[in-house]
Design a protein around this ligand. Structure first.
Ligand code: MRU
Length: 348
């Protein structure tokens, strides 16, 4: 069995600091940045130095632990301030709020202790979230592998890989697991306009792992599906509502519609921390609207006329009826999702 090591260090807690690979510079440069201030971590999340739902959650947890390292009181107000700042960074990925909640729960347990023990406990909790994420991805990979034929052409959108998580990936974790099981896998990576996570990140990390990948622009997906060149689609998620509606990178909905029209299975891979059962449907998921600059510029070069109207919803919602199955670390959920997802959450 071929073993794929977690080689990409998306984020790390190192000597009381947070170290992150600056994803904005990939694939051109591999630069690691060191953070010693929680405000800088919050800005790194906003600017997409780090991105991808689970990775955002890990970064927020580490940012909170980091912020508490430099407090000198017992820190209750400071803790609330740091958590409030982190929760304003990006609105769609629920892993952010999940991670903040976990840090809050841990703080509740630690608050009666001396400050140095609170600080150590929060740092450990953040690292625990990091480790659990990798473990969840490995398990998700094993479950997802059951759905992958011995030879498969898999289309993915955005980047739901090692870079979007603490390591190994969700959608790309399943690809990695299938490769580890000796399957012949070829991936079509959608370029993913406007921020190009597919071209810059998915293509980069698959190529690094020697997994065959073909980059296509988003508008080529239908062409290859119609030619029967795509056997299945796997994407990640930023938030999944109780009914199985899935918020993910803008363009995911279009891919799901195309998959349905071509009778191709459309799978979503996501950890339990991406489920938001407090929302009954995807209509309630907040959709981040990012800067128009990301649409009218490529690498700082303007590609559209000045003064025009631009929209930039960064995510869309795929209705549950287009989702063949949702792969989690606790197993594979199928419709009706209201029941299957609730069962998985309760089994934790
Ligand atoms: O804007 P991004 O790059 O943070 O969006 C990322 C995605 O949409 C991913 O598909 C999703 O977060 C899942 S990552 C495992």
């Amino acid at each position: 069995m071929r073993k794929i090591e977690v080689m990409i260090n998306t984020i790390e807690w190192k000597d009381g600091k947070v170290v992150m690979l600056d994803q904005r510079l990939l694939p051109g440069e591999e630069i690691y940045r060191e953070y010693s201030d929680y405000e800088e971590v919050a800005r790194a999340i906003e600017d997409m130095v780090i991105r991808g739902a689970p990775a955002i959650g890990v970064a927020a947890a580490m940012g909170i632990a980091l912020g508490m390292q430099s407090t000198d009181s017992n820190g209750e107000q400071e803790f609330d301030r740091i958590c409030a700042r982190m929760s304003k960074t990006r609105p769609t990925a629920v892993n952010l709020f999940w991670a903040i909640k976990r840090m809050k729960n841990r703080f509740e347990e630690l608050r009666h202790l001396p400050l140095d023990q609170i600080q150590a406990g929060l740092a450990l909790e953040a690292q625990q979230i990091y480790l659990e994420d990798i473990e969840a991805n490995r398990r998700m990979g094993e479950h997802g592998n059951e759905l992958i034929p011995a030879e498969a052409q898999i289309l993915t959108h955005c980047n739901a890989g090692a870079l979007a998580t603490a390591g190994y990936g969700t959608a790309l974790g399943i690809v990695r697991a299938a490769v580890e099981h000796g399957k012949r896998i070829h991936v079509f990576a959608d370029e993913t306009r406007p921020f190009l996570q597919g071209a810059r990140l998915t293509a980069w990390e698959l190529h690094k792992d020697n997994i065959p990948v073909t980059l296509i622009t988003d508008n080529m997906a239908g062409y290859f599906m119609k030619q029967r060149k795509v056997d299945l689609v796997i994407v990640g998620a930023d938030r999944i509502a109780a009914n199985g509606d899935v918020a993910n990178k803008i363009g995911t909905y279009s891919v799901a519609v195309l998959a349905k029209a071509n009778q191709i299975p459309f799978y979503v891979a996501a950890p339990i921390s991406t489920l938001d059962l407090s929302l009954s449907s995807g209509d309630q998921i907040p959709i981040e609207e990012r800067s128009a600059k990301e649409v009218v510029e490529i690498h700082g070069k303007r590609t559209a006329p000045e003064g025009i109207d631009v929209r930039h919803p960064a995510f869309d919602v795929t209705p549950n009826e287009l989702v063949t199955a949702i792969i989690t670390e606790r197993g594979i959920a199928r419709a009706p999702y209201t029941e299957s997802l609730r069962k998985f959450v309760r089994s934790g």
